[in-house]
Ligand binder design. Structure first.
Ligand SMILES: Nc1ncnc2c1ncn2[C@@H]1O[C@H](COP(=O)(O)OP(=O)(O)OP(=O)(O)O)[C@@H](O)[C@H]1O
Ligand SMILES: [Mg+2]
Length: 333
């Protein structure tokens, strides 16, 4: 989708493109603030303040994550978050954007993701229409490769955006290694070169960058070296109860305590796919919607599909194990 009005950064690059290529064009320093300054404005000058702000934004981080996010902003470095599925990696970036009042730009990675879908591509159909509209008149190449014919994808948008931006590069482990290598360049210099236009740079107003990975493959050391790193593990029982209460407003206290305890016990079993916090929240929501105040074997049996999504896991937990787990969870509160 083409942006309706070309940005000042690109316009400037476009105007100067007759001069030698690869010149750097950056936005007006006066209207862009570095993240260090934004953090000061948002009043986040300590890790405690970061923890509080995230909590207010609906996210309960552990101390390690609050520290990592705080440092990522202070040092203007990308933060790589790894962890099991459903532990809150993506949500951490969204919460950071809420905290900073920043626009969230998300690049969802997948196998085969290329520059055309991650950075920019030329809007060929629009260029063709333009040529047709000119009819007998001649259209110069320069005119055709101007900002109005450029389709901006998330990376270009983030580097070029006049707004405060949190750039979320989600599930980087799903992208190919070639794309990871390309990303390395972008994250080192915060600039993108469009051969027909020039180089767009965000060197003086870097977006805050959060990368996530489910670790389906190891990422390159070179990428890791450019990032701060934090592993998000499953939360403690107390924290998980708090997260459930935060995300399922009005949930009966006992129900939140029991579902969290039940899921914590499930994680200690040898399951194909241990449930994440996302499952605890979904399950509690379902039980609360059914008007439940606490767990019993029957309702757990009927709703276990909200927690376990593999048939083998469901089979492994049925019967005695299920009964035992319910009793243990009920004893938790
Ligand atoms: N610490 C937390 N505070 C508040 N909500 C949380 C927290 N951790 C997880 N959640 C909630 O759990 C759900 C799943 O989180 P999220 O999608 O961020 O997980 P993920 O680690 O990105 O999972 P996946 O690997 O499947 O993409 C979301 O609804 C999120 O709000
Ligand atoms: Mg995610």
């Amino acid at each position: 989708m083409a942006s309706p009005s070309p940005s000042a950064g690109l316009d400037e690059a476009f105007r100067r493109r007759d001069r030698p290529r690869r010149q750097t064009v950056s936005r007006d320093r006066g209207c862009r603030l570095g993240y260090r300054l934004l953090v000061e404005i948002a009043g986040i000058d300590t890790i405690d303040a970061m923890e509080r702000a995230l909590h207010e934004a609906g996210y309960l981080p552990d101390r390690g994550l609050a520290t990592a996010l705080f440092l990522a902003l202070k040092l203007e470095k990308p933060l790589l978050l790894e962890g099991e599925a459903g532990v809150g990696k993506t949500e951490a970036a969204k919460a950071l954007a809420r905290v900073l009042g920043a626009r969230l730009i998300r690049l969802q990675c997948y196998e085969g993701l290329d520059v055309a879908h991650a950075v920019y591509e030329w809007n060929y159909s629009r260029q063709l229409l333009h040529i047709r509209a000119a009819q007998e008149g001649t259209v110069s190449e320069q005119e055709l490769f101007g900002p109005e014919f450029l389709i901006r994808r998330p990376l270009l948008e983030a580097i070029e955006s006049p707004d405060r931006v949190v750039l979320l590069i989600d599930e980087i482990d799903r992208a190919d290694e070639e794309f990871e290598a390309f990303l390395l360049e972008v994250l080192s210099d915060f600039q993108i070169t469009i051969p027909e236009i020039g180089t767009i740079s965000a060197a003086d107003h870097k977006p805050a960058v959060v990368l996530t990975s489910n670790r389906t493959r190891e990422l390159h050391d070179a990428l890791k070296r450019r990032c701060l790193y934090h592993w998000i593990g499953h939360p403690s029982l107390e924290r998980e109860v708090e997260i459930v209460k935060l995300r399922v407003p009005g949930v009966p206290e006992r129900l939140a305590a029991q579902t969290a305890a039940f899921v914590q016990r499930l994680r200690r079993l040898d399951l194909a796919k241990p449930p994440g916090v996302a499952e605890t929240i979904d399950w509690t929501q379902a039980l609360a919607a059914l008007g439940r105040q606490e767990l019993d074997a029957e309702i757990v049996e009927q709703t276990l599909g909200s927690v376990l999504k593999y048939h083998e896991d469901l089979l492994a937990v049925r019967d005695e194990t299920l009964q035992e787990l319910v009793e243990e969870a009920r004893a938790a509160r």
